[in-house]
Design a protein around this ligand. Structure first.
Ligand code: HAM
Length: 410
């Protein structure tokens, strides 16, 4: 006999049982509704990409996490770890025909060979919102505003989360004032992004490896204490726009937000729960050079990625495990085989009227039927016995109020 196969999904991969789908749908519904409310057009793409497109600059964590393999024709293939390189490829392919600015959105399944921690899986869905071809900070305000809107649709308030905002341009200027030349900045950003995740002594070592002198390392740590964005025009404008749009209470300046991806060029942001219990809920920023690095025309871009894992954990903890389940649909059952056809007819009629109907597949005792209907979350239930069919009238029970109304069967 063959060895027994494990019933568990491969480590870090996810199965979605119906009770998990209820949560996933709640989260995806909010993603889609906010994307639509903010005027983003949906798009999609292949999960498999050429490794060449996805390979990252040295030092970027996500580069080391890519699942990749050779296909039967020796093509070097990879599963996408994020959507942004694919989006850049799709835009570059049609750059002459597309009308800019583009506002595109998708919910993409992404794969990363991560060290497994709370909120981090090896597979996740990531809602992406991107505006391509717009220099104005209103683009940043719109993508952040849409993500805040999605969190509110899911049932959270601005007391539950904050979007931490900074600017790589601003940080770059501060570094330059301390004598750290721009060619060293990429290395400094990667090192500073590790703050909080590793001891400062190791970060200092990374900075020294990046060519910084002892005084420059000290100056860099000093810059990380900056508490005000005064003098940074793009952040001043972003906060003013957020005030006008009505979500400034969800924003805060935080110089320590750097982002681990090297393609960001300007405003960067990451959203965290206020209690500081979870990993980042979403993150993004401005990336004006990505299209040119893959061979496209220079094009400005802003976007964000918002995963489903952390937000679902946060929602369950703040709203309760059962918060996603809503009462819905009509359960239709019957007592004996002789009532089956009447039940089928009634189910068809109710479905044609737009009801969601869960038709019992076999005869049942009334007690069993009603207890099943209750557990399955039906809002109404109709049970057909021989007398009901003979009279041509049944009773529809409201499962919450227990009230009954008559229903004609013919
Ligand atoms: P990221 O910060 O690497 O950015 O990922 C964005 C979000 O995806 C994270 O904040 C988190 O919610 C979720 N996420 C990432 N990795 C995992 C994981 N292993 N398990 C669960 N959730 C995860 C990007 O990927 C950028 N491409 C976002 C972007 C779009 N920037 C511009 N446009």
């Amino acid at each position: 006999m063959a060895d027994k196969i494990s019933f568990e999904a491969p480590r870090g991969m996810r199965d979605f049982y119906p009770e998990d789908m209820v949560w996933r749908n709640k989260v995806f519904d909010a993603f889609r509704a906010s994307g639509e409310a903010f005027g983003f057009e949906p798009y999609d793409a292949c999960v498999v990409e050429s490794y060449e497109l996805l390979a990252r600059k040295a030092g970027e964590e996500v580069g080391e996490q890519i699942y990749h393999f050779f296909d039967k024709s020796e093509r070097h293939i990879a599963l996408r770890a994020e959507m942004t390189p694919t989006l850049a490829r799709m835009v570059a392919q049609r750059q002459k025909e597309l009308r800019f600015p583009l506002k595109w959105t998708t919910i993409a399944q992404c794969f990363r060979y991560e060290r497994m921690t709370k909120g981090r899986k090896r597979e996740h869905y990531q809602w992406n919102l991107d505006i391509i071809g717009e220099d104005s900070v209103l683009a940043e305000a719109e993508v952040i505003g849409a993500a805040v809107d999605a969190l509110k649709r899911m049932g959270l308030s601005s007391a539950d989360f904050k979007v931490h905002v900074s600017s790589r341009k601003f940080l770059g200027e501060l570094l330059q004032k301390s004598g750290i030349t721009p060619e060293k900045h990429a290395q400094v950003f990667l090192a500073l992004d590790k703050r909080g995740k590793m001891p400062d002594s190791e970060i200092a070592a990374m900075l020294r490896d990046g060519g910084l002198s002892e005084a420059e390392v000290e100056a860099t740590f000093g810059i990380m204490d900056t508490k005000s964005y005064a003098g940074c025009a793009e952040l001043e404008e972003l906060f003013a726009l957020a005030e006008t749009a009505g979500f400034v209470d969800s924003l805060m300046f935080d110089i320590s937000v750097i982002r681990g991806l090297s393609y960001y060029t300007g405003v960067v942001f990451e959203c965290f729960d206020t209690a500081g219990e979870f990993r980042a809920i979403f993150g993004g920023g401005r990336y004006d050079n990505l299209l040119t690095t893959i061979g496209g025309e220079p094009t400005s871009a802003v976007g964000l990625g918002f995963g489903d894992v952390v937000v679902t954990e946060l929602l369950k903890s703040r709203l309760g495990e059962s918060a996603a389940a809503g009462k819905k649909g009509v359960a239709v059952g019957f007592m004996f085989p002789t009532e089956r056809d009447a039940a089928v007819r009634l189910a068809s009629r109710l479905r044609a009227e737009g009801e969601r109907v869960d038709l019992a597949l076999r005869p049942q005792k009334p007690k069993k039927f009603f207890s099943h209907a209750d557990q399955s979350g039906a809002s109404k239930a109709v049970f057909l016995g021989p007398d009901d069919v003979a009279k041509g009238v049944a009773r529809m029970k409201n499962m919450e109020t227990r009230e009954e109304t008559e229903l004609c069967l013919t």
